[in-house]
Design a protein around this ligand. Structure first.
Ligand SMILES: [Mg+2]
Length: 163
């Protein structure tokens, strides 16, 4: 089960401080989009996101979007917030993460994945040996598959907090 657990749990991406990253020698971040940087399918950046990105870049942190969504969904948003992107990443398969590491020109141990889903973002990053940071989804999705997934995620995370 531990392969599904994040190394760090936070409320939102803008809570990540430069000190937190420096302490762990993290030099780059792979960023999920849906429910991490914006609402699901949305084009509006999370409040404070642009300032946070500017701060991270000015401190030398490399950033790239790693999303399972289509190019059509990801590209306009990536342009809007000024980041490179990998779409149709096929998380949790290792392939997309490895492309992300190559694009950042960093090693797995120098990078963290930031995302809202245990079964894609966190699982795949753990497999590749990338530090994992889970955010709370910006807004809950509707639909039965999401409801089941969120319910399972809550059970897994509760177990972690107890242990
Ligand atoms: Mg997501």
């Amino acid at each position: 089960m531990s392969i599904l657990l994040p190394d760090m749990l936070i409320s939102k991406i803008t809570d990540i401080s430069i000190e937190t990253l420096k302490q762990r020698n993290i030099k780059g971040l792979l960023l999920d989009v849906d429910n991490t940087l914006s609402t699901h399918g949305g084009q509006k950046p999370l409040e404070g996101l642009l300032e946070w990105i500017g701060h991270m870049k000015s401190c030398g942190i490399k950033l790239i979007i790693l999303s399972n969504a289509t190019l059509k969904r990801v590209e306009p948003f990536a342009k809007k917030i000024g980041l490179d992107h990998i779409s149709v990443a096929l998380k949790p398969l290792a392939f997309g993460y490895l492309r992300g590491l190559k694009a950042l020109d960093l090693k797995a141990k120098e990078v963290a994945m930031v995302g809202d889903q245990l079964f894609t973002d966190i699982l795949g990053a753990n497999i590749v040996g990338i530090f994992t940071i889970k955010v709370e989804p910006i807004s809950p999705e509707s639909g039965i598959s999401f409801i089941i997934r969120r319910w399972l995620e809550e059970k897994i995370l509760k177990r972690k907090l107890k242990g």
